[in-house]
Every structure is written in C-alpha cells, then in structure tokens.
Write a protein that binds this ligand. Sequence first.
Ligand SMILES: [Zn+2]
Length: 361
Amino acid sequence: MTFENDFKIIKNLTEIQSCSGNEQKIRQYIKGTVESYCDKIETDILGNLFCFINGKAEVEDSKLRIMVDAHMDEIGLMVRFIDKNGFIRFSQVGGQNPRILPGANITIHSSSGEEIVGVIGEKPIHLLEQEERKKTSKLEDLFIDAGFSSAEEAKKYISIGDYIIFKQECTPFIGNKRIFSKSFDDRAGCFILIKLIMELSQIKNNLDKDLIFLFASQEEIGVRGATVGAHKITPDLSVTIEVTHAIDFPGINKEKFYECKLGSGASISTGPNLYPKLTKILIETAKQENIPYILEAEPRPTPTNARAIQMTKSGIPCALVSIPLRYMHTNIATIEYEDIIHTKNLIKAFLLKDLKSTIKL
Ligand SMILES: [Zn+2]
C-alpha cells in the first residue's frame, strides 16, 4: 500500500464527525472498511465495534485471545441553551481547550437527522477592551452562530442535547511527510487497527492466536467503551494503541515533560498500568525489527483505555503503544505518516510472536 491509498482511509477516518456517544457514523465507516476481512463482527449497547480474526494454525493448547484496541470517538460539544436571538451555548464532550475554540467551523448533528453548519463567534479585535485582549474567553462565554435570528427559528432545527462536532479537512503538508487534521486522537489508532485487520487476515492460516480488534466508544469521557468491551471479551492480554504528545514545537520544555517528537517512531509506555513482560517484548521486538521507538514513563493509571482494561475481572495484562502527535485535542493535530507505519509494524511483529509464556508473572 502506498501513501496515497493509506491517505484515503486516514482522510475518511479523521473527517468523519463522531464524538463520544455519537459514534454511529465512524462505526459504520470502519465496519464497511473491515467487514470483508473479518471472521465475525459485533457491536454492543455502548456502541463498541468488535472485529474478530480467528487464527487457523494448529496449536497444542487452547489459543491465546489477544485484544487490540483504539478508541473511535472524538471530542465534541453539546447544545445546552438557545438564547432569544438564536445563539447556541454549549457544554463540552471531552477535554476542550477554550483558547482555540473561537473561529472554529462546526456542524450540529441535530436529533432530527439534519446537519446544521455553524461557527463559534468571537468579538472583532477592534471592539475588544484592552483588558479583554489579554484574556482568553471562558468556555461558558462562547457561543455558536448558526445563522438563526430567533430562538423559535433555531428550535425548528436544533434541540437541547444535540451533538456539535468540529469540521476540518485532513491535509498533508508539503512532501506528504506530515498531515494535519482533527481527531487523530484516536483515529490514527483506528487506522492502525484497520491495517492490522487487512494484513493479518491474509496470514491467519499461520496465526496461532485469536485476535479481537476493539474500536472503542466513549474513551474521551472516561474510557467507558473499553470498560464494557474488556469485560465482554476478557482477553488473555491486551494492547492499546493511542496518540501521545509530541512536544517538539516552540515554547515547551522537554525537561519538564519528556522527550517525544514527530519522527520518534512508536512510543512504548512503561509503568504500573502496564504488564512489564509485554513492555519488554515490545522493546525487544522494536530492536529486532529496527523500528524506531522511545519510552514513556507512566507512573499512574494512563489516560487511555489500558486504565480500564487492566482492572477488568481478575486483571488483564496490558501494553500501551502510542503515536507522537502535536497539538492534541485541536483541529490542527499534526502527525508524521512514518510514525503511524512504524507503530503498525511494531504491533504486527509483536502479535506474530509466541506470547504464551508472557501471561504468567
Ligand atoms: Zn485518545
């Protein structure tokens, strides 16, 4: 597969507007893309999508069941109040940065099924008081202008609780080395799952394990899809694919955080949320396959699905691998294509290893 073919999938994945609790569109797209490669596909009440590939190789004991997950929801907003002039006030779905919201293009996905275009308004610079210029607007002061003149007019189209999602064209920078878009968190992980399904389904006759790919819902509001999904699947071990902060831009201190830049390859997390033997095998695999990687220290439960998966039933061994990403939770999240491919190749090589001995302490 070339960049052009991959980019088509990446563009579709990141441009689809589907926030936590509103995953129908992204779920449908992913299902349509992978269905023909899977042995079985299931969904559940929370909106999770489970894709199964059953290994066909003869094995003496029962086959390992491995879950690989990425979350398919993105951050968004929700209609909270419509004022008498038809302006819309909103609450956040997931962690928003109010500093970058004014000026954004959005779509209101109305419960009646219509898609309503809107913008997050902002005072012109000429009309800002000196003191206002120094401050950032608070989230509760922001409003959406969807072209209505009155509450009555707005309410013909929009209801309280409608989801609001950012609009952004997925765009490669010059030379196709890097791409910016919204929702790389975690559609970049979803892309890797899709590629793994396509590639591993071709060699399942030699695969000595069953793979369950979980495209999880509702991660951004508290890893809710993965909590239920892990309970349903109860795999022998699990790998979460996420994005992490590349901080190679001006004004940020790597000594205070960590060293992660675009082009780092795969970021392998280590800490109590993760199973040391799996982390060790990932590191060994990266070395053997000449895949660039960095280590990320995670002294607490990670802000990822692995947090929920590890605590399922009597405990599940987890690994976490992330793709470096600049400007997370904005519409201009920037990623390096090769980092996505390196991360995919690392997970693929890991899944092809004999992992039976790793699930005992
Ligand atoms: Zn994420």
